[in-house]
Structures are given as structure tokens and as C-alpha cells.
Design a protein around this ligand. Sequence first.
Ligand SMILES: C[S@@+](CC[C@H](N)C(=O)[O-])C[C@H]1O[C@@H](n2cnc3c(N)ncnc32)[C@H](O)[C@@H]1O
Length: 361
Amino acid sequence: MTRPTQAKHTILRKYLDAWLPILGAGRHAHEHVVLIDGFAGPGRYSGGEPGSPLIMIKAYLDHSATLDAAAHFFFIEEHGERCEHLRREVAALTLPSKVEVEILEGSFVDEFPVLIERLRTQFGQLPPTFAFIDPFGAEEIPAALSTPLLRIPRCEELVYFPVGFLARFAEGPEFKPILDGLYGGQEWKKALAAPDFETKKRILHDLFLAELQRHVPCVRSFEITPAAEVGGNTYYLFFCTGSKMGLRRMKDAMWQVDPETGQAFRDSTLADHPVLFEQEADLGRLQDMLHERFGARWFTIEQAEQFTLLETAFRDNGHLKPRLKTAEAAGAIEVRRPAGKRAGSFTPGTRMRFIWWHESP
Ligand SMILES: C[S@@+](CC[C@H](N)C(=O)[O-])C[C@H]1O[C@@H](n2cnc3c(N)ncnc32)[C@H](O)[C@@H]1O
């Protein structure tokens, strides 16, 4: 199993660990949740490591919270032998009655829209749904965008985007219809005129991001650069959600990925502001972004939280307030608190503004 695959799996597991109890446990639990792996593979790698379908099932089975929602897993795989292997892997598990696993042998393009329609008919409306879209190539991604999934609240997708593959093959005539479908037009042709491979990749990446953003309120792009390939291949995972909570939890997951020596993970949603996920977040960057956004104007803690969550890679729930505290202590911001609130707190209604340009250390 390659390192980017390990990273993908870590993110998948950490995210589901957070997603499942939000939607499937406690007072607000839904009765059903749906988890789809659109390119499931055989369920186990030749080295014995579990594949994504087993990781998804295990996230549910091993969860420390009591999950009340019934889980419906659907694994789509077009390769007959891999399906068989996956069936055997699933059969070896002991599943509680509220877990249903269905393996759909066929092509994602055909199976996915039919499945969504079936679920809508079965449940009246689609239950909270998470889909992992992890193709070898890019041929099948347009179908993921053409389904209604992305426009339904509480439905989310984690899409592996093979941009290096696209950049390498964009010139082949056989890829034209694929790229037209993927980008919803011919804008991708701009990439053909790019002076170098990196620029070509960036153009294809940014256009795909823009295409996703036309469909979904919150999209973030995560870049994985394996140690052995620094300066070479990069891999992208796009996370698409209509839910702020979903976005918050995915960021939590990304900040927990333990970077192995030399392996880099970045948020690369904004070309000018890539943010490296490190054990010690560089919160000076967040302060700079806030300053860039609000200038010398007064802004509220709510505006700062909204901006941090939606427009930066940083965590509104873990990074923002500690940094504001540091900024206040350094005299970089002036803070007005609602009456009775203690110094250093950033409770609702707190207002602030930058009073001098603070360069991050
Ligand atoms: C990258 S692998 C998936 C790995 C798996 N998600 C994991 O992380 O363990 C892609 C899989 O998609 C399957 N596949 C390729 N084209 C497909 C298609 N059009 N529809 C469904 N599955 C497809 C391949 O047979 C392969 O097993």
C-alpha cells in the first residue's frame, strides 16, 4: 500500500470517527445513515492492510459512542474478482442487525445514480450520506458531480482527484470528452497552454475546485505529498459538504493526521495561501489572514469564526481564540467585550480591530 493511500485512509477513518456520532448518536441521532464507497476495491491490500470498505465498516463497529442509527453501506466495484474478495472479507465480519452491507458489482457511473434514486424511494428522502469517491483515473468523477447528492444537506463527499494523471494525459484526444464532462465545459484547455507541469496541475486543480464550488457550499482541497516524491507527485482529496459542522470535523481530522517524516499535508484551496498541517499550527498565518480580511475595521468574534471556518484551513474551534488572545496580549488588536466579560475571553458579542500591522514571527 502506498503512502498517499495510507494518508487517504487515515483521513477517511478520522473523519468518520467524528461524522458518525454527530449524525448517528445522541438526542439528534438520525434513524439511518448511508455510507458509500464508489470505487471500493477488494477490501484488503496484498500486504494485509484493510481497504477503504473495511475501514468504513470498522469506524462504525469500533466506535466508542453508542451509535443508534442503522448504517447502510454500499460498495460499488466493477471488477468481478475484487467484488468476490470483498464479499468474503465482509462475510468474515460479525455485523449487528442494524448494519447492512451491499456490494454492487458494476460501474460507478451506472450504479451510483440508481442507488441514490433507490435510497430516496426507500427512505422518502435521502438519509445523511457520506460518499468516498476514489477512482484510479478521472473518467468516473463527472457522474459524482451530476448526481443530486452534492446539493442535499448532510450529504458529503470525499473525492480523490488524480490531478497529476490528468495533467499528464490532458493532451490525448481520448481524454477530451472526460475533461469536458469533468469541468462542465472547455475551460480546462487553458491548461494545455501552461508553461510547465506544475502550472498545468494548478490550473486543472483550481478549475475543478471552482466547478465543485458551483454545486456545494463548502469545498476544501487537501494536498498530500509523499516523502519520496517531494517536488514530484502530489495527490488531492476534495471534501465537499453543505454542512458547517461537517467542514469543522473534517478540518479537525486533517489537523490530526500525524505527518510522517517528510510527508506533507497541505490545505491548498487557495493557491496563494497553502497551509501546511503540522503538529504546531503556524497561527501567525491565521492572524495575517484575519488582518488581510478585516484590515483596520471593527469585526465581531462571530465574523472571525465564520471567516476562519469557511475561508481558511484553520480551526474556528481550536485555533482562533488562542491566537486572538496572543494578538491581544501583544497589543496587535483592540478588544471590546460585552459588560461583565473577563479579559482574555472572546464570548459572543465581543468586537475587535487590528491596531497595527503585526507580522507573524
Ligand atoms: C483506487 S482503487 C480503490 C481503493 C479503495 N477505495 C481503497 O482505498 O481501499 C479503485 C478501484 O475502483 C475499481 N474501478 C475502476 N473503475 C471503476 C468503475 N468505473 N466503477 C466502479 N469501480 C471501478 C477498480 O477495480 C479498483 O478496485
